[in-house]
Design a protein around this ligand. Sequence first.
Ligand code: GAR
Length: 197
Amino acid sequence: MRRIAVLVSGGGTNLQALIDAQGSVLCSGKIALVISNVPGAYALERAKNAGIATEMVTKKDCGSQVAFEDRLLQLLQKHEIDVIVLAGFMTILTEHFTGKYPNRIINVHPSLIPSFCGEGFYGLRVHQAALDYGVKVTGATVHFVNEVCDGGQIIAQKAVPVLEGDTPEVLQHRVMEQAEWILLPQAAEAVCAALGG
Ligand code: GAR
């Protein structure tokens, strides 16, 4: 059984999907740790409700990007983590961090990469950009994380229609429900299973 850490910043609906998938879709790994970089993030409540260990690390408290990443690395080591899932983790990690876990960090992004991705494209901004452009199809992507923001190898994608009258919030919910909450547990399972469960 591989030990998974989920890194979060917000509401944690993707974390919830992973928690709910444990024992069914997600059977080669177990969520051993949830780390938030935002104090009070609701995702932390979800972790606590599921009896999962939580940690808080803010860039502000650490003082620099390198110190922030070193603290994260220290916690991952302490909890003997094999696989890292970024689930709405709204901060960019540099090669100093990503280079330590090649092909062991995955991220869910709420668009069909390479559209509407990269620096500045996160959360509702991604859906606003899709609506502004006028695309008729969007979706979600799960990919490996490397030093290029949203640039790692794609693991899975699912298309979702954009409908007349969509707001960023309505579109976000459809993309989550029809794509993210399904793809992320499947991808986490695939990565854990490939490492030998
Ligand atoms: C999700 O839509 C996720 O794909 C997105 O933030 C949301 C987090 O929601 N992530 C990014 O935009 C990363 N670039 P959640 O906290 O409810 O899982």
